[in-house]
Design a protein around this ligand. Structure first.
Ligand code: ADP
Ligand code: MG
Length: 349
């Protein structure tokens, strides 16, 4: 699995008392709001495997939030069907469905008059768990998000990043097989946003939920998604593919524009040096410059540039395993593949 070799090492712990993740399928999903002529979503087809992160990206107004609200039946479908774990949402009780679907939004929607513990306990309470089970679950989740200390605080006493993490913990509390996250980190500053993204990846590696993650930030999508669905105006699907495929083969001009002219560089952020055929070290002057083999190719390139184009030694633990040079990166950017195998692994994941 590519992620275990990624920039940070993720714990290998098994899921905690986990429910199964559910498959999700959108079949020809169409939504026309009352009194609107144009559909907000039209004939959207998407399949998400259990335990995968599907990122929905697209410009503002392309129907991302509409898709989320259709999935947990906050609003009714105009056409098509949505299946969770193979069962149509139309045949489910909407209240029950919402309890089984974790929902995280940008404004978080924590209850201001409840403390963190009580906020996280919301769904387990609705599910009728007994007190000790709820308490244990709250403790477990606070630990999972690294906020054991703040259970007694109220939302107004938390930073934006902390609030967002509590929002994620609350969404996970009932152990839902499906998690819907609508621009969850959209209002967070870049540094904390990056941290939250890393934390999300660590959590997801452990919990393996099926996740639909909405963002308007393509970089966030590339980082977090197993697959990315790019929507264009009026909710039509422009492309649904792995991040690597979207970056190397954008389906059309709209997608190419959306992912940006620096897509070749972005693609280098998907892989680590472990997936690159390194240059042999003999005779190359690397001084005391070294990078771990777990560094992304993009970050390694940045470091080479920061060193004025000088080569770096690549180390795997204590051992030096080769070097990276500016010429090597030039080649990688030109031929558009690293050595092929890594991208395929990611796609097969
Ligand atoms: P996104 O989340 O991608 O920004 P939305 O799903 O919020 O897009 O909106 C998609 C389209 O549907 C937009 O044109 C928006 O104006 C319209 N829309 C959203 N909610 C409503 C509503 N309750 N009534 C009428 N139109 C709506
Ligand atoms: Mg939205």
């Amino acid at each position: 699995m590519a992620q275990t070799e990624g920039p940070s090492a993720y714990p290998q712990a098994p899921p905690s008392a986990g429910s199964q993740a559910a498959t999700l399928e959108l079949r020809d999903v169409t939504k026309v709001y009352p009194d609107q002529e144009q559909p907000a979503l039209s004939h959207l087809n998407l399949k998400v495997d259990a335990g995968q992160v599907c990122v929905l990206v697209g410009p503002s107004g392309s129907g991302k939030t509409t898709a989320m609200r259709l999935i947990n039946r906050m609003i009714p479908l105009s056409g098509g069907d949505i299946l969770i774990g193979g069962r149509s949402v139309l045949k489910r009780d909407p209240v029950e469905l919402r309890r089984e679907t974790g929902y995280v939004i940008q404004q978080i929607g924590l209850f201001p008059h409840l403390n963190v513990n009580e906020n996280i306990a919301t769904v387990p309470r609705l599910l009728g768990w007994d007190r000790s089970r709820i308490a244990a679950r709250v403790r477990e989740l606070l630990e999972l998000i690294g906020l054991q200390e703040i259970g007694k605080r109220y939302p107004a006493q938390l930073s934006g990043g902390q609030r967002q993490r509590v929002g994620v913990a609350r969404a996970l509390a009932g152990d839902p097989p499906l998690l819907l996250m609508d621009e969850p980190f959209g209002a967070i500053d870049p540094i904390n946003r990056n941290r939250l993204q890393d934390e999300f990846m660590r959590l997801q590696h452990r919990l393996r939920k099926t996740v639909v993650f909405v963002t308007h930030d393509i970089d966030e999508g590339i980082k977090l998604g197993d697959r990315i669905a790019i929507l264009r105006e009026r909710g039509t699907l422009a492309q649904y593919d792995t991040p690597a495929e979207i970056l190397t083969e954008p389906a059309d001009e709209f997608v190419a524009q959306f992912v940006g002219t620096d897509r070749a560089l972005k693609r280098l952020g998907l892989e680590t040096l472990a997936g690159v055929k390194l240059v042999e070290l003999n005779g190359i002057d690397v001084g005391d410059r070294r990078v771990p083999i777990t560094t992304t190719v993009r970050d390694a390139l940045s470091q080479v540039l920061a060193a004025g184009g000088a080569a770096l030694a690549v180390v795997d633990g204590e051992e030096t395993v080769g070097a990276v040079t500016l010429e090597l990166f030039g080649g990688l950017l030109r031929d558009g593949t690293l050595n092929g195998t890594q991208s395929e692994e990611r796609a097969a994941r």
